[in-house]
Design a protein around this ligand. Structure first.
Ligand code: HEC
Length: 344
């Protein structure tokens, strides 16, 4: 067992119990071959493009095409191991993922996704017909009160087994920079080698996303021992979490919103603060996630003059877990500034 070089120091502490969540995500799989486009389109046509996002004039907001690619089993530990990933050394020296892989105008994401989804690398159980990448047009804006992120993308095909009850899930991760590795590596900060369906997943226990600061020590196989609850509580109080917003979409029915954060595990609840709206037309989803700019602790305050990391994931075709498409890390600022998204 190779020990990981500590990239950002982790301190030693005693362990506590992991909370295994959604352990049944992969239970009860069945083949699904029917295409639901026709039904979904009819249902969707009857929707109203309801408030509050209806108030936003999306035509006036500039969008950006983001390629989300299939990551297979490329965990945080994999990307940091030089014998696995030749970008590891330079990443540790300070070069971020997107600086090598997702430079504006020449993203390698489509090529990477094709390589992985077909099983040439990092995917021991490839799913025939699954696209290596998908493109979502993403727009962000805000008004006096709330922040809105809009995603427009072709409904991904349903191939392979049904793994999840929801047809599509759209997730946005958000960090204000307190979690340094999330700023530099986006979603990879939360994706570890011992998560469910990953190479070092323990038998009979489904571990969900976590941040390495929640662990006593990190190894090439992830961090088995969780720090005491009091430590996690203090970190959470200090905002050292990855916040996420999610919309679950089914058959053109209204989106279900949920929200949560990642620290010791992926904490998840039906939404109180985040709202989700969706529209399905001509095989395309349009999804708007929003919440108040300042929603009170533990939610990250969204204020002008500060740069935020945003990362996106889309699960499609009833996929669960790692069988999704993800983006590299992006930056977002309110009103103005140097960033991938400027939400005006
Ligand atoms: C210094 C440039 C560099 C940085 C920074 C870098 N990579 Fe890479 N990455 C590479 C190179 C070169 C390859 C192809 C050969 C290999 O796998 O070593 C690669 C391969 C990959 C692959 C496998 C797909 C493929 O095309 O082979 C994934 C997934 C990946 N990188 C993810 C990441 C993530 C996530 C980060 C940030 C945590 C990152 N990389 C940072 C250079 C980099």
């Amino acid at each position: 067992m190779r020990a990981l070089q500590p990239v950002y120091g982790t301190t030693i502490d005693t362990g506590s119990e992991l909370r295994a969540e959604e352990a049944n995500d992969l239970g009860g799989t069945k083949m699904r071959v029917t295409k639901r486009f026709a039904v979904a389109a009819c249902v969707a046509a009857t929707f109203l493009w309801a408030l509050p996002a209806g108030a936003v004039d999306w035509n006036a907001v500039q969008g950006r095409d983001i390629t989300l690619f299939y990551p297979g089993q490329a965990s945080w530990e994999w990307v940091l191991t030089p014998t696995d990933h030749s970008g590891a050394a330079l990443f540790k020296e300070g070069k971020n993922c997107n600086e090598c892989h997702d430079v504006d105008g020449k993203s390698e994401a489509p090529m990477m996704g094709d390589k992985i989804v077909t099983g040439k690398k990092l995917e021991p159980s490839p799913i025939a017909g699954k696209p290596g990448s998908i493109v979502a047009n993403v727009k962000m804006t805000h008004d006096a009160d709330s922040f809105y992120a809009r995603f427009e993308f072709q409904n991904p095909p349903t191939v392979g087994e049904q793994m999840a009850p929801d047809e599509v899930k759209v997730t946005m991760m958000l960090s204000d920079g307190k979690v340094e590795e999330a700023k530099r590596a986006g979603c990879w900060a939360a994706c570890h080698d011992d998560l469910a369906t990953m190479p070092s997943a323990p038998e009979g226990r489904a571990i969900t996303k976590y941040l390495m600061r929640s662990r006593v020590k990190m190894t090439r196989q992830g961090g088995p021992d969780v720090k005491p609850a009091d430590d996690l509580k203090a970190m959470r109080g200090d905002g050292q979490v990855l916040e996420y917003w999610q919309a679950a979409l089914n058959d053109g029915k209204p989106a279900k919103a949920s929200e949560g954060y990642v620290l010791g595990s992926r904490e998840f609840k039906r939404s109180k603060v985040v709202t989700a709206e969706s529209q399905f037309e001509n095989g395309k989803w349009v999804v708007v996630l929003s919440r108040k700019l300042v929603a009170g602790a533990p939610y990250t305050d969204l204020v002008a003059g500060h740069s935020y990391m945003v990362g996106f994931a889309i699960h499609g075709g009833y996929a669960a877990r790692r069988y999704h498409w993800v983006s590299f890390e992006k930056t977002m600022m309110l009103d103005n500034g140097e960033s991938n998204f400027v939400a005006k």
